[in-house]
Design a protein around this ligand. Structure first.
Ligand code: CP
Length: 308
């Protein structure tokens, strides 16, 4: 397989396992590039990419922008807070105005699930979903799964538990799809109130006891509680959540198995994970961030071949 089966990266749900393998093999090449003294290649010279962020981001925005610059693309950035969106302009009007400046590809984060798919049907440019509400965050899942492959050699047969606020998490859904395509076993763990009812239809195991989940897994991907997406309380207090679902050094040391700790960021230190765990050798959190640049270079490089 030499090209992706899709014209846009809207979600992992639309990918085949061969697409993921192609992205990973391409990312292997770009990871070597970004670790060379000269980190830049001309692959996307003359391609213009717009980064449209209608929701806050640190890692994803910086990672996409760095990946674009490493590929020699021309880049324009847009954040909704400083734009005419606050004056009532629609998403399609905003994007069409940007596209009339001859943009070839759009990377978009938006609070509404389905926003990237909507855009792909209305504008003539390659679309990369950088997170749409609580729906999907495909490049995060790709970099997470790639980081597991890098650490263990393969993803097939690995047991991964995703811990925390599954209900509001786009990272969880995209990870479930990517890990299952790659042949991993997936469990979700958290308070019942933060586990969506449809989850058993996705073929994942469900566990509400953190110790049991950690005893089962090779890798634990810790999620942040997404207070910004909650209109009601899903657990009594943050302190109680941390007591039941926070990972501490003492808890990890009491297990018979040594597990790898992942986190997509941003971390709430002392809530879902202590600083000691986040900064320990068991955590590969910064490797995930490094791999994010190579993965995003690979995705944009492969999608650029679809530009008409
Ligand atoms: N992991 C992630 O999406 O982080 P940001 O919200 O900072 O982009």
């Amino acid at each position: 397989m030499s090209e992706l089966s899709v014209d846009h990266l809207l979600g992992i749900k639309h990918l085949k396992n061969d697409d993921i393998n192609l992205i990973f093999d391409t990312a292997d090449h770009f990871k070597k590039v970004i670790n060379r003294p000269i980190k830049k290649v001309p692959s996307l010279r003359d391609i213009t990419i717009a980064n449209l962020f209608f929701e806050n981001s640190t890692r994803t925005k910086l990672s996409f922008e760095l990946a674009q610059k490493r590929l020699s693309a021309d880049v324009i950035n847009f954040s909704s807070g400083q734009s005419s969106v606050s004056k009532g302009e629609s998403l399609v009007d905003t994007v069409n105005n940007i596209l009339s400046m001859k943009v070839d590809m759009v990377v978009m984060r938006h609070p509404n699930p389905g926003a990237a798919t909507f855009l792909s049907k209305h504008i003539n440019a390659q679309i990369v979903n950088a997170g749409d509400g609580a729906h999907e965050h495909p490049t995060q899942a790709l970099l997470d799964t790639y980081s597991i492959r890098e650490k263990y050699g393969e993803v097939k047969g690995k047991k991964i538990v995703i811990v925390g606020d599954i209900l509001h998490s786009r990272v969880a859904l995209s990870n479930i799809f990517a890990l299952q395509l790659q042949g991993a076993e997936v469990m979700v763990c958290g308070p019942k109130t933060l586990i969506p009812k449809y989850i058993d239809k996705l073929g994942v195991k469900i566990e509400t006891n953190l110790r049991k989940a950690l005893e089962w897994c090779d890798i634990a991907n810790m999620l942040r509680v997404q207070n910004e997406r909650m209109e009601i309380s899903y657990f009594p207090t943050t302190r109680e959540y941390t007591q039941q679902y926070g990972v501490t050094k003492e808890l990890l040391e009491s297990l018979d198995n040594e597990i790898t700790i992942m986190h997509p960021g941003p971390i709430n230190r002392g809530v879902e994970i202590t600083s000691e765990v986040a900064d320990s050798d068991q955590a590969i959190i910064l490797n995930q961030v490094e791999n994010g640049v190579a993965i995003r270079m690979a995705v944009m490089y492969l999608l650029a071949s679809k530009i008409k």
